[in-house]
Design a protein around this ligand. Sequence first.
Ligand code: PHE
Length: 407
Amino acid sequence: EIQSHVTLLDNTYLKDDFSNVTDKIISHLGRNIYTKEHHPLSHVRQRMVNYFYKRFVNRRGNPFFSVYDSLSPIVSLDQNFDSLLTPKDHPSRSKTDCYYLNRDYLLRAHMTAHQSELMRAGLNNFIMVGDVYRRDEIDRTHYPVFHQLDAVRLKTREELFPRDDTLQIFEVGNNTQSTGTQQKQACHTLEAVKLMEHELKTTLAGLAKQLFGEKIEYRWIDTYFPFTQPSWELEVFHENNWLELLGCGIMRQPILTNAGIVDRIGWAFGIGLERVAMCLYKIPDIRLFWSQDTGFLNQFKVKCDENVTYKSVSQFPQCVNDLSFWLPQDKEFASNDFYDLARNIGGDIIEQVVLVDEFTHPKTGKTSHCYRIIYRHMERTLIQSEVNIIHKEIAKVAASALGVQIR
Ligand code: PHE
């Protein structure tokens, strides 16, 4: 029987043609693992927050930044997209990328969703931490629920240029219509942008050093976000790989203006907690963060800035099963729909789902996909017969819910 509504954190949402949030995803709301004492994600959060508390202090030695870590993960489209100037046709709004409750509400896809409301509340230096939700592939580094820490810093002309009243932050004519260049927005003066860029980059390079050590190698990559211009990614060199650590930039001025702020320029960034924790503690699989097993959790009963290397309790064997089916011809099929369905039925014993083969029959024009589902329990050995039951159920539900034809 299909339910007409979904109840989340004590509120009821009417379902419509946009609803795609599964029970499995809903079960993560309110777990708040990032605030639990001694959880590795909590250690990483604490280390980042402490860095900001120390780096930005007022004349009395008190921190400038305030931390918001219990903002509701259920947000409106306005919070997640419109208030951040995300175009109506931007791919990040897609049903295959986000978890929608219905056409009006979704599970936030980034912590940036709360930027506008907190600026409107009058804050100038703030940090937002919480769980974010994205539909994606399934492997050892991706999980549909993960965590981000975002920060915003707004400065007035006087704060930016305390010793010179001839320098300005806005160009005369304050042209908000024209979009400017990769280097800067048309409304900003070059000197204001350069000074903000300098503070942003030294702050974030300092954060990378605080997390990975003074000697960490890093580089800046020019990028695009709908809500910042210019925009950069910070990459760090870790174990022979360039790792994307965070996104940042100079906030687009209309976001501030729409929040009622006319005399400040701002920088912002967002960083994921899981990737940092996986590197710092050598945690091999992102599902482990959700483990309730004391064999995992007890290893982190240390102070937040202590070094720990995770020792895997033991690696249990994988069970590998393939599933092939013809895609429906009368409706759309998205791999992400299949990933969510598999996860909803199999839960966390699914380690990976990989599309291993894809072909279109030359005569019938029908397309076939073959997915390899790799099952592995974190805390015990799975037996093939129990995996078979789950695997069969996935096939059955895929046929009825997605309209595929099992081969
Ligand atoms: N929200 C962006 C992301 O999720 C990160 C970001 C935050 C980038 C703030 C710029 C400014 O990737």
